[in-house]
Structure formats: C-alpha cells, structure tokens
Design a binder for this molecule. Structure first.
Ligand SMILES: [Mn+2]
Length: 430
C-alpha cells in the first residue's frame, strides 16, 4: 500500500483546505488533476470525508431557472425569472440552502445583458459568482448546415466572432471557462465531407484559442447525436480529446453525462481524461433514452457513484484539479429551484458514498485478484446511507440538515410568484 493508493486518508490538519497536497499519481502521468493522496492513516477518515464534502463545489446553470420543455410543449411556471438578474437570484437560493453551489453558469445570448460587470456585481451581492460562459452557435438560420464547420467561410467567421464575443463577456464577468458545444453535423451520407469539416473545426478552434487570456480555458463538449443524426462533428470524447491535445493546455474536454450511447462506460472515460490531465468539466444530468436532461442521479444513482469514484481516484475532486462540476438540466414539469436543490443533494450523496470507499481494502483485494472481495468493497460504500452524514455536515456549516424542507419553509416560491408578474418569462432563446 502506497500513500498514493489511499486518496481519502487525509489527516485532520490538512483536510480543511481544498487543495491539500499529496503524493504523485501512481500512473506516473503528470496530470493537471494533481495528486490523488494526502497523508493519514486508515480508510475513509470521517474528518477527511466531511472536509471533502464541505469543499465540494457544484455549479448551477442559469437556464435551469427559466421555462423549458420539449419540441412538443414548453410549460410555464409562476415566478419564473424574466431576466438574468432574477435567474442569479434564484441560483442564490440553491446555494443558500446547500452551501456548495456559489457559482452560476451563463448562456450567451440567452443571458445577454448591457453591462456584464453589473451582472457580476449583482451576483456578488447575492453571495454568488458568475461561472462558466456557454456559447450558442445553433439558433441562427445561418447555422442550418453547421457553424464552425460550415462550408461557407462567412458563416464560420460569424460563429468564431460569437465565440470571441463570449471571451469578451468572460473578461467582464471574471469567468475562467468558455464552454463549447457544437450542433454541427449532417443528416445524410454524402451531405458534406467529414475531413473538410474537421479541418474547418480545427481552424476555428485555433482562432478562438489564440484569443484566450492566460487564465482562461476552452472546454469542448461532445455529443453522440442530435440535432444531426447521420454524423456529429464532435460525437465522442476521442474527437474532443484529439482537438484539445492539438490546441494545448488551455483546452479541455467536457463530459456531459447524457451525451453517450446507452451502455457506455462513462467512468472509464472519466478515468482516461483525468489520467491525461484533460478533464475540464462535467455537465451533470440523467437520462433514460438520450439527452433527457433530467435531474442528475435520478435515473441511475449507481452510475453517478461510479463516476465520482473515478473522479476521486484521479484527484478530480481537489480544487487544484480545475475540474468544474456543473448541472446541465432543464426542469420541464417539476418546480425549478427545489429540483436544483435536489440535484445538488444527489451529487453530494454520490460523492459521499464514493468518499467512503475503503481504499486499502479495495487495493488489497484488487492486487490479490479477489474479484468478489473488490466488488464488495465498492458495493459496501454504495449501499451506505449517507444522508445522516450529509445532514451532520450541513449542521456543522450552520445550514438546515434538510435543504428541501428549509426551502419549502422559506416562502421564496410564494414571494417570487407574487412579485414576478408581467414581463416576459425567460426560456430557451430568451
Ligand atoms: Mn451539456
């Protein structure tokens, strides 16, 4: 047993800092995710587990608070924000009751405002900060055949221009990350040339990369299919990884949990990306069929646990790793603020279970070839009821043990339903 095989053996003195240092990764790969172990003894030191849970950060998407729906119907809800300022105020409610969600992600142009400095100051007055800036190159008629891969250079210029404008927004808000998801692809064999489109994508990404400041990153998300159905230009982690490696250190891969084929082993992808220092962010959500955007941890909590297990194994939970954990969800039929609170709690529960894995026992079983023993170590952690532990962590932070109940009692839902009358409710495209 080496120290580096015991990621959770933090001692109490260093556990309170999110960036507690430790030994080098056993993979020997210099990983941006940093070390996986810190000093200490024994399995899953409770003080260390609590410290890790306190320092965990989960980012909220502004679009979760607006109206959303399917291509069949968008349902409106009372009290929905009319502008980005009200979305930030709602996000602050989620942080108020969970204590681990102090940043909100913006989507441009849905969250376009005249003065981004003012929006950042508004966030700060609510105890929040503006997080990742998400770009949108899929809602203009010009993008019918693609954006950064479009055959027409004028359309590509327009798309890159928008992405550069997003970096301008980052300069104004103090955001460090630009998230890129491209709807680009084709519907019919022969419609366009794969390789030419990859060349155009590479050229567009290079132009954007040049614009990034020293502390700014671009995060490239992949998606198997939709809206294009024959091929997508960035369909999988390999394609995103190849572009990011070519671009350099400031380019990282985004894993959206809903963007894979059924049965894909997402935790393996997470392990590979962390090992290579290329995991930039998660878009968390749940799926039953495709890109369902349901609440993270609701469809398959075991998968979320397995992902968090690999995150911890690779050092991704340490703040120094730079991995951003964001919810990318839409709440079509459920009330939005409680749904975000529940989602944050689901991530916390999966994380707590993953933190409880007995690493010395797991490692010993793995090295001994004890198949059932190793599997049992993981299942023991997954089957632990961590809700009392999380309640304790919250109370120690001065929070209510039950964030859902605390929000329900707060009267905020009634207040916004009464106040936000008139105007145009925010939703997709607004
Ligand atoms: Mn996403």
């Amino acid at each position: 047993m080496t120290r580096s095989e015991r990621p959770l053996d933090r001692d109490a003195s260093s556990a309170d800092t999110a960036d507690a240092a430790g030994a080098a990764d056993t993979t020997g790969v210099a990983s941006a995710a940093g070390p996986t172990a810190v000093a200490g003894t024994g399995a899953a030191n409770p003080t260390a587990v609590k410290a890790a849970l306190r320092s965990q950060r989960i980012e909220l998407p502004s679009w979760a608070f607006g109206n959303s729906g399917t291509r069949f119907k968008v349902f409106s809800q009372p009290g929905v924000p009319r502008d980005p300022f009200e979305k930030v105020a709602d996000a602050a409610q989620v942080h108020r009751h969970t204590g681990v969600a102090p940043t909100v992600s913006l989507h441009i142009p849905w969250d376009k405002v005249a003065d981004y400095g003012k929006l950042a100051a508004h966030a700060e007055s609510h105890g929040m900060r503006i997080g990742v800036i998400n770009s949108n190159t899929f809602q203009d008629d010009d993008y019918k055949l693609g954006s950064v891969t479009h055959p027409d250079p004028a359309v590509r210029d327009k798309a890159v221009g928008h992405l550069v404008e997003c970096v301008d927004v980052m300069d104004a808000t103090g955001s460090a990350d630009l998230k890129l998801w491209f709807a680009d692809g084709t519907n019919y064999p022969g419609q366009d040339d794969f390789r030419s489109r990859q060349d155009r994508l590479a050229e567009s990404l290079s132009q954007l990369y040049e614009r990034l400041g020293d502390r700014q990153r671009m995060l490239l998300e992949y998606k198997l299919f939709e809206p294009a159905f024959y091929h997508s230009d960035v369909p999988d982690w390999g394609t995103s990884f190849a572009h990011c490696v070519r671009l350099g250190e400031k380019a990282k891969v985004v894993v959206d949990t809903g963007h894979h084929a059924p049965g894909t082993n997402i935790e393996f992808i997470v392990a590979m990306l962390l090992r290579a220092g290329k995991l930039g962010a998660f878009d968390f959500n749940s799926r039953f069929y495709a890109d369902d955007d349901l609440m993270v941890g609701s469809a398959d909590p075991f998968q979320l646990f397995r992902i968090m297990h690999e995150v911890i194994r690779g050092g991704g939970l340490d703040a120094a790793s730079g991995v951003n954990f964001m919810l990318d969800q839409c709440h079509n039929i459920e009330p939005k603020i409680p749904a975000q609170i529940r989602s944050v709690m689901n991530v916390q529960e999966a994380t707590a279970k993953a933190l409880l894995v007995d690493w010395p026992a797991l490692s010993a079983a793995q090295r001994a070839g004890d198949v059932l023993g190793a599997n049992a170590v993981l299942m023991d952690a997954f089957n632990t009821d961590v809700r009392p532990l999380l309640a304790e962590v919250r109370e120690e932070q001065g929070l209510d043990a039950d964030p859902m109940a605390a929000y329900a009692r707060s009267g905020y839902a009634t207040k916004i339903a009464g106040e936000r009358v008139g105007g145009h409710q925010a939703g997709w495209g607004a």
